[in-house]
Design a protein around this ligand. Sequence first.
Ligand SMILES: [Zn+2]
Length: 831
Amino acid sequence: MNKTHLLLFVSLFFGWSVFSQTLKSPEEYLGTPIGTKFHFHHQLISYVEYVAANKPENVKIHRIGYTTEGRPQMVVAIGSKENIQNLERIRQSNLQNIGLMPGQGNKNIPTIAYLSYNVHGNESVNAETSVKVIYELAAENSELVKKVLKNTIILIDPCVNPDGFDRYSQWYNRYLGQKPDLHAASVEHHEPWPGGRFNHYLFDLNRDVAWQTQKESQQRVSFYNSWMPHLHADFHEMGPNSTYYFPPSAKPFHEDLTGFQREFQETLGQYNKRAFDQNGWLYFTKENYDLFYPSYGDTYPSYNGAIAMTFEQGGGGPAGLAYKRKDGDTLTLKDRIQHSFSTSLGTLEALSDKSEKTKEEFYKFFNDAQNKGYGKYKSYIMKFNGHEAKIKALTEQLDKLHIEYSFANKKLTANGLSYQNQKEESFGIDENDLLVNTYQAKGVLTKILFEPKPYLEDSNTYDITAWALPYAFDLPTFASSQKLSGTKTKPNFDKKTNLEKNQRVFAFVSEIKSFEESRFLAQLFKENIKIRIQETPFKASGKSFGHGTLLITRKGNEGLGENFEKKILSIAQNYDINLLPLTSGMVESGPDLGSGSVDVINPPKVGLIIGAGVSPTAAGDIWHFMDQQLQYPVTLIDGSYFSRIDLWTLDVLILPDGQYNQIVKDHKEILRWVSDGGRVILLEDANNFLAGKEGIELKPKTDSEEKESSNKIYGSRERDAISDQIPGAIYKINLDNSHPLAYGYDKNTSIIVKNKLGYEYLKNGWNVGTLGEHQSGFVGQNLKKSLKNVPVFAIQEHGNGKIIHMLESPIFRAFWFGGKLMMANAVFLVR
Ligand SMILES: [Zn+2]
């Protein structure tokens, strides 16, 4: 029998069993040649489930939750038979080795790689590539794969943003004919608003990794923290005229990246360039993609000890299945898949070859912080009294980050840097003050998220340059070089209002102090409870109340009958609201409860403009804020038909950052509605189309800017442009907290400034928030002068209504907790 006959015999004899053991490739399973179609998410997931069912000894699916729109999120673990059998023990050992789980771990475990594809939904090459990578690894198709599987567990998230991914596929497939159309004008290269990049609520999930404000990020990062991988690769796409980007990354690097992490950036370059050089594929390194802002898919893992990186294929939304590039080449989905597949395997090989050193450095990263603390400041102290709700919110954020904290259990005096005064001073620590020190496994991450002024080695960065949590949560904070810790027992956040038996309450009184009162108010509105507000300070039952106090009187709520007390208290308890019960309408000082200075506040009907011209993420910030955080109804109105709606059916209209010249056909219509009692809230650039118009108080600053020198150097034009930029810095805002917009605030707060501002103070209006001193982050040299004496939050009264100018968003990316109360005040209390 010659060889051919033997083969034929063997395959006939064992035919059935051979076929049943052969894993189908994605093309065979899905029935389409690779790169000829954008699949739907459920198709790709179906293939992943097929692989796991047919290769259970090598592949295990972890189901981590569902997206807002109900699509499954999963991470697949792939490894050798032995490693998959020991998967749970490997996971636990890894956490034990770095002090994030009690017990002694086995040091001799495989390295753990985590590959994340398609965090931006319309960068679709990535999910298409992920199933090919899963197949390649599960089928053990090559010697390289066998080598990698021996000493590596590979975790693969095939699609981080399923809702965005399907939004793109669903749109693109609608317009595809027999062949993709290369013509630049073809609709298939022009994705409509909002595009598939974002998740359901139009958040950029690659800016949300540390903050985890979105369901998808919460589930994903929770899974990440349960594994703590040694390497994380984040797969993206950039514009279709770019080539391919892989590490080493661009500067700035965050100063806290370790020598080994920096060195590994070079290693990744060496491994990944091989396939590109062999095939003649163009690429670049060391440009554009830096490692600084801590909430990306590369930096967050880096600050959690991992080797982490971004990959970018040229393509994305406009590329479709085929795209005519400016350089004349045609870029196809098939090419894009080849490149991303190649860097996936190149990266796994690099890790596999350096696995021992990687583990050693990884353990050291965590153990050093635990033993020695990390950073110049070893402890951060946040004041508790009067800030309970904000402290509670911050501890919830720290829990998501697995950062440990404690509460002071005795009074102390210490020295340290005051975040608010920006200087070293002596300060008192009181019982229950929140203490976070860097003597912990997550000490480096703690330092990076709390440090008052991150060191920026190069200002050429494309995201915010300051983020310190004490500013974001608007908490009086000190940083100290001492190691401070207290008790792990949480102070009692649940406030109960105690009534005497059968006590008949005349009115409940609630001081506005935090966003919890806004949420309480929203719930009262939804339950049709009549609410009043006292603008003038008063004193009752021995307690003093400042500007803006909520009154819930029995009068007006007769419908509740004898249930009045029980109903109001049960709602208050859900929001940890401390209500003061009064049995009389007469107060000790200030106006009585029936005074003319007390107003009824009614639940507003709120509209939000979305659609072409509006920044999707800015619209998403407000939508998520209203719907998920405040939990109050908001009507989304597309700009395309805005001019045809009846404005008089709304009380509040919100215009997020965007260009409104095409949306608002007649701004005088808005003014007529405002004059009749409407309230319009304009955020960031939404102010531009109204500013300076007749009847509008907001006017651009006129003071002549210094003339720039005409001797500019062509070769340094990119660097020079930085002088005119403010990618995002923290400023103090001085507040008039007697105005309803700033009820509940102290005399100042902090926000992220990323606009040039540049408007005059309102002459006839209320400059409620004005720009104070710079606190943290990069500001271009040329802007430093113009960012002075400008309003940030200002209100013009017009007839019976209000024009509310918010020249910066107080609720940036949903993690800026300190601004949420102001946004809620704008919607509910500025009337
Ligand atoms: Zn991306």
